[in-house]
Design a protein around this ligand. Sequence first.
Ligand code: FES
Ligand code: FES
Length: 155
Amino acid sequence: MAEFTLKVNGTKYKVEAAADTPLLWILRDHLGLTGAKYGCGIGQCGTCTVHIDGEAMRSCALPVSAIGKAPVITIEGLATKQGEHPVQEAWHEVDVPQCGYCQTGQIMSAAALLKKNPTPSDADINSAMAGNICRCGTYNRIREAIHVAAKKIKS
Ligand code: FES
Ligand code: FES
């Protein structure tokens, strides 16, 4: 066991854990942030996606010891005092989710994409979102919502 200090959603936390504990378990079990979900556990489905230093990363495949001082943002920290993130607003408007299980990861990947590329084409979206699997097949609505969010961010 070792002690780690993590900055998650703007708050510093001290956690005691084995160095190889996946960040996902720290978030869910130690900090009670259960928005990021466990899917495959091997970095393949995207349901555990969070932002590490602004990049969409798979928290199931990241040992807590690898995070260091990099700020972590989870779905719980995506909204600001001004309100929901434009991606979250677009998700409501388009009514994207079906069962909902994958959607945290989808939203976090979409938000990271729009930060880098505020006007993505369908091909850009397909490529950036390819690692986020949806067993319900909501891909068309996800694409539509990302375009809606892009317009919101632009205006
Ligand atoms: S649970 Fe992390 S990528 Fe599937
Ligand atoms: S909405 Fe059900 S897995 Fe994506």
